[in-house]
Each structure stands twice: as C-alpha cells, then as structure tokens.
Design a protein around this ligand. Structure first.
Ligand code: ZN
Length: 385
C-alpha cells in the first residue's frame, strides 16, 4: 500500500467517527507504528486533529482523531454568466466565508478561472485555514468524469474545456466540477433536515436549470443533461430567439433574461435581474406582472415534470426565488395542473434566504472527492517537519 493510499484510508475511517491510532491500525490490518507515523504526518499537515480521549478499557487511554474541521477548507464556487459567488467551506460543509464578484464568462475559461482562483486565495489569506480541495458549479451541462462543460448555450468558448484542471492548476488542490443546478439540488437536500428523498430544484436566474435528487442521490442522466428544461419548446414562446440558437424555448419567456428583455421592451429601463427584483419589492405593477407571468410559464412547463417524476419537494432557488410573486405563480400552476395524488404531499418552497445552496453542494462533492483522491495534495503527504 502506498503512502498516498494510507492517508486516504485514514481520512475515510475517521470521517465516519473519531477513532484512536490503535483502533485504526487494527481496522486497517497494519502495524501500529506505520499508522502512527502517517497520523503524525496528517496532523502536521493540518488535515486531522486530536480531539478528546477514548473511553479506557483498562489500558492507557488513546486520543481520538478526527478530521480537522477547524482548519481544513474547501473552495466553493458558483459561477454565473455575469457574476460568481466564491466561498470557503469547512469540512463539515459550513460556508465560513463568501463573496460575490463580477465576471464575464465571455472572457473565456482561462481568464475567468484565474480571477476565481485569485479570489479564493484572497479569502484564505484573510480568514486563515488550509485549502484542501475545490468544487465549482457551472451554468451549463457538465461531464463530471472528464470535468468538461458540454455545449453550454451561455458560455461561448467553454465547450469541452477541462475547467477542473484549470482550477486545480491554479489552486494546487483536487477539484470537482458539476452543473450549477445539480449543486443547488444537492445543497437543498443536505441543508434541510426534513428534505424529501425525491426532489426537484429549479435554479432560476438569468437562465433556468433544474437539479434532480432521486432516492437521496443526485441524478445526472445518461449524458449529463438531466433537468435541462430551459430549452424545452413551449407554445407561448412562439418563435422568440433563444441563447441556444433555437427558437421558442422556455428560457425566452420564463427566465431572468426574458424578464429583463420584456420590461425593457415595454419602456421600463432595467439592466439586470437585481434591478427587476428591486422594482418587484417596491410594488411596481409592471415588474410584478412580468415576473408573475414568467413564474406562471415556468409552473406550466414544470407541471409535466412533476406529474411524471412525483417528487416530494420542489425547491426554487437562484435570484428569482426571492420574488414571492414568482414562487406563488409556480406553486399555483403546479397545484392547479398536477394530479391530486401528486400534489397531496407536494411542497413547493423557495430557498431559505441567505443560504447559497450551490456552495453547500460544491462543498459536499469536493470533500467526497478529497477523501477518494488517490494522490493527495502535496501539503497532505509531505513528511512531518
Ligand atoms: Zn434555447
């Protein structure tokens, strides 16, 4: 067994429950001196820590080892077309710091990832801790094996780019990538104590994505395109031009981009969805009307999906979920159009304010990846000094 594998095995065991050195050696079937040397190394690298004493069974009590929740950090990133949220999570998926920055994905993957990595490094410098892994959500279909984005409508120049490798190169830690709505779905599932085993999370911002949790697991589909309802053709969209190059997609009438365009065309100057949301909050009738109609159209399209999949929960996340009128319109369409058996236990809820569920999903996947990585980052395998 190589040194790298032993580190992972030790991390895996103690991530289940705090364990002593001797219990570790016994369960791994290795000499106590071998395990003890590796533990010393991992403590020096800041990945694990001693925490209390195990109940004594007569002999000398052993110290309990646990994952270093206090100092271990994973970088968590939710990338949108125009802005990104960059944060740090501890190894218990608590987001301990986060910041929003303006980006333009049209600048291409290298320049964008460079900007994101600099932000992560700045957060680590200002808040402390040891960066061990990274996870990033992207606004397009992501092949999670090769970590590449596949034909993203809103990300020209990103097709087949290995975003994971770029971020890994910039941060020198193991990195995972996934679709942004998938990470939001995972985050909703993990952050709610009463989450349904089957759920759909709609990420409604500039575009519309959905993530699916089936039997408590993220469902990505056969070619990583599951939940992509934004480019479903709907009658009400007529032949409106879509960001994907086709016409008549749901996105052209129910997304943030569509709302901004509709309001601008009716003579109300808004530059982005945040300005729309401010108008909605101020009770502007035109803004409320357009946002309500967008929610109605989303609910209409979603009703087929909900009838088919029969989820326990539907979560609305992303910028538009903060507009009650949007959430209410989706909810009323679902209750009106779905079968009574489907709606009898159905909950339709907005994300909890202030909870960036995409970051929680990114934390979960990056921590899992860290524990499964055969070659740990240099900082985890360097000899104790
Ligand atoms: Zn489209």
């Amino acid at each position: 067994m190589s040194a790298g594998n032993l580190a992972v095995d030790v991390l895996r065991r103690i991530s289940v429950e705090p364990t002593t050195r001797s219990a570790l050696a016994k369960s791994l079937g290795l000499a106590p001196s071998t395990v003890s040397a590796k533990v010393t190394e991992l403590i020096a690298s800041g990945v694990i820590e001693e925490q209390g004493v195990a109940p004594s069974l007569g002999g000398r009590p052993g110290r309990l080892l646990s994952i270093a929740h206090r100092s271990g950090r994973t970088a968590v990133i939710a990338l949108g077309a125009r802005h990104a949220t960059v944060g740090l999570s501890d190894l218990s998926r608590n987001v301990v710091a986060s910041t929003s920055i303006v980006v333009n994905v049209a600048d291409g993957p290298e320049a964008t990832v460079d900007l994101l990595a600099k932000e992560v490094q700045a957060l680590i410098r200002s808040t402390g801790g040891d960066l061990l892994a990274a996870g990033i959500g992207l606004p397009g279909p992501v092949d999670t094996e090769s970590r590449t984005v596949i034909a993203p409508a809103r990300m020209p120049g990103w097709h087949r780019q290995d975003v994971g490798a770029l971020l890994e190169g910039a941060l020198s830690v193991p990195t995972v990538t996934d679709n942004d709505a998938n990470l939001a779905a995972l985050g909703e599932f993990l952050s709610r104590t009463d989450a349904a085993t089957n759920s759909i999370t709609v990420l409604a911002g500039t575009g519309i994505g959905t993530g699916i949790i089936a039997r408590g697991e993220l469902y990505r589909g056969s070619s990583y395109a599951s939940g992509d309802i934004t480019h479903t053709k709907v009658e009400a969209a007529n032949d409106r031009m879509c960001s994907c190059g086709n016409r008549g997609c749901l996105e052209t009438i129910a997304s943030g981009a569509a709302i901004v365009r509709d309001l601008s065309e009716s003579g109300i100057a808004v530059k982005n969805i945040n300005e729309v949301l401010l108008k909605v909050r101020d009770g502007d009738p035109a803004a409320n009307g357009v946002v309500r109609e967008a929610g109605r159209q989303l609910g209409l399209a979603l009703s087929t999906v909900v009838n088919f999949f029969n989820p326990g929960d539907v979560y609305l996340s992303g910028g538009l979920s903060s507009a009650n009128v949007y959430v209410a319109a989706v909810r009323s369409q679902l209750y009106e159009r779905c079968l009574p058996l489907v709606t009898s236990g159905l909950r339709v809820e907005a994300s909890k304010p202030g909870v960036e569920t995409g970051l929680i999903g990114a934390a979960e996947l990056s921590i899992m990846h860290l524990l499964n990585t055969r070659t740990l980052p240099a900082s985890l395998t360097r000899p104790a000094g």
